[in-house]
Design a protein around this ligand. Sequence first.
Ligand code: ATP
Ligand code: MG
Length: 436
Amino acid sequence: MTDESYVKIKDVLNGYHKDKEVKMRGWIHRTRSGGKIVFMVIRDATGTLQATVKKGNLPDEEFEDAKKALVESSLILKGTIAEDNRAPGGYELRVDHCNILQFAEVFPIVEDQSPEFLMDKRHLWIRSQKLNAVFKIRSTVVGAIHSFFRTNGFYEFDAPVLQPNQCEGGSTLFEVKYYENKTYLSQTWQLYAEAAIFSLEKIYNVGPTFRAEKSKTSRHLSEFWMAEMEAAWLNLHDLTEIAKDEVKYILKEVLKHNQNELETLNQDIEKLTHIANNSFPTISYDEALSILKDKENMNVEWGKDLRTIEEAKLMNHFDTPIIVTHYPLEIMAFYKPADPDRPDTALCFDMLAPDGYGEIVGGSERSTDLEYMKNRLREQGENIENYDWYFDLRRFGSVPHGGYGLGVERLVSWICKLENIKDAIPFPRTLTRFSP
Ligand code: ATP
Ligand code: MG
């Protein structure tokens, strides 16, 4: 089926096949006919192209087929590529053979349909130009994550998806019946990654992550993809430097490979280029509160996490992502250590994106203090015996280490300026949706 003799729309639009006789295949994106002529816009994975079917230029029965074929019919066309200023993209296919592979039924999606309807028809809506562009960018993002870590000496390491413990708080666990027992879907790869750094030292992973997020927000999915890293011998500063380099590297890859898609999505390419080539400031949680108080007249009580609205207001003062370090220890997960110089804060950080997109990365050093972690888990009502295997990591050659997780959909949403994170993943799972 990968017949080289079929040309791709992108190549046509780049002028490679001008005045040549070509074979093309794809789907009807739009069509209208007037008597002896059918104007189609056809699409393949690479773009859309005008195709003109004129009676007399092809066998009559093929012309009649072209005339009656509805949107989303699949087809093979033969014809000549002509330069034509009136055609979008400057080229059109003048058809002399039209073979409809399947005559589509009336396509249920027309303009201005509600987001919920489009979600019900997601299996068809993923053909849209918008989602085509988003998923191409997503593919670049995930590819860039792999190449960033691999070229920096990290090994890809996989953890189980079915896990016996929580790591990020029991309230967002998905329980799975496991023979006569129960397990949970992975909320993070971290605890297993912490075991693996004693062997591989520097590791990363991109994988599905599950959290039962009980509040509906435009930034939370129940199933999302997290790109995580964990490494031995790192401190908080090292972690933030790697996270900044990673995000800038990903942006540069998207700018290199996805100019067309960014244009389809009306993105400001200059602005993204500026961000990819600039430094990202680092501030502390305390400084964040001061900015909110002095410049936004917003009082956040010390000790409270930053909410979406507060992150957005804070980001009014930055045009690149920023790192916020040293959140209050009290609100952090059990494995985050206190800063010895400021024991009410944790050696942790978030990276926040501009334009109201909020947290895209979260990470920390990991505690090496067994008693402290046990107490924190007990406070949360956990049975610490379940964590005994994890505590072994602090009993046999414990070393300073840390890691972070980047939300793939959060990053894609921000790069593409999506209104809702659901459009950053092909088939979103949320509080209220798990189909199609
Ligand atoms: P938030 O405060 O936004 O719920 P979090 O502190 O729970 O995030 P972490 O546990 O630090 O997030 O997870 C690392 C990264 O994974 C986050 O920075 C974010 O990019 C992403 N992430 C976390 N939860 C979700 C979710 N429900 N849907 C999509 N991405 C998520
Ligand atoms: Mg959360």
